[in-house]
Design a protein around this ligand. Structure first.
Ligand code: TIU
Length: 230
């Protein structure tokens, strides 16, 4: 593999050092992607997030075959929810007289307690299970840097650039990308491997990333990346 790889992206080509770039996959968990998971119970439309599974598996295969680093994140909480920001719990609960969410974090759903570590629903979908050698970061917040070891892990592995996908674009993916940008990482989100519960939000989220010569980073497409990796 060449030392530097470049592929077309917005606002201009994304160039990355092959030895220092990780594929960062955000929260491809049953709780966000499958029926009766946390996201579905919150009112999320699953069609688009589910469509991101196959392309993600395809890129993952290419990336793994090249021996490049992969980091998977997983949102969730310890069983007593002591690591759950109170704002997250309070706002997810139904306000008085408002039954917006039938169930909240920690409640028991058909796939186990919602967003609780160790439960079936909290784990990754079957198609995107991590390999033993890959890094898994359990995160209590929307951003993957909040109260995790992600910064140290990336530094210790010499990572400076991130190719980012996962769910949801409007929530954990862009929160993480913005956190990463503030920490000096060069980030490129890929359209086909990220999606959300609200199509207009995905569009706006991705547009904001690359506006103004790359306010937070880059947005690219999977095929030009795969072509560049050949
Ligand atoms: N609500 C929503 O869109 N997402 C989350 O709560 N978590 C992630 O995006 N992973």
């Amino acid at each position: 593999l060449p030392e530097n790889i470049s592929f077309s992206a917005k606002p201009y080509a994304f160039s990355f050092p092959s030895a220092a770039t990780a594929l960062l996959i955000i929260d491809m968990q049953r709780d966000f992607l499958l029926e009766n998971g946390f996201g579905h119970i919150q009112g999320g439309n699953l069609t688009n997030v589910q469509a991101a599974i196959k392309p993600t598996a395809r890129l993952l295969e290419v990336w793994r075959n090249l021996g490049l680093p992969v980091v998977h994140t997983r949102e969730g909480h310890v069983p007593d929810l002591s690591d759950c920001p109170s704002s997250k719990l309070v706002r997810q609960a139904a306000a008085p007289g408002n039954k917006q969410h039938a169930q909240i974090i920690g409640d028991k759903g058909p796939m186990g307690r919602l967003l609780v570590r160790g439960e079936y629903g909290h784990d990754f979908v079957d198609e995107l299970q991590p390999y033993e050698s890959e890094i898994v970061v359990d995160k209590p917040g929307k951003g993957a840097f909040y109260n995790t070891k992600l910064m140290e892990i990336l530094k210790n592995n010499g990572i400076t650039h991130l190719i980012i996908g996962g769910v949801t674009t409007e929530c954990c993916v862009t929160t993480t990308l913005r956190e990463a940008n503030d920490r000096g990482f060069e980030c490129c989100a890929l359209t086909e491997i990220t999606d959300g519960y609200n199509p207009p939000y995905k569009t706006a989220s991705l547009d904001m990333i690359y506006w103004s010569q790359g306010l937070f980073g880059y947005v690219g497409s999977m095929d030009p990346l795969i072509e560049a990796l050949k």
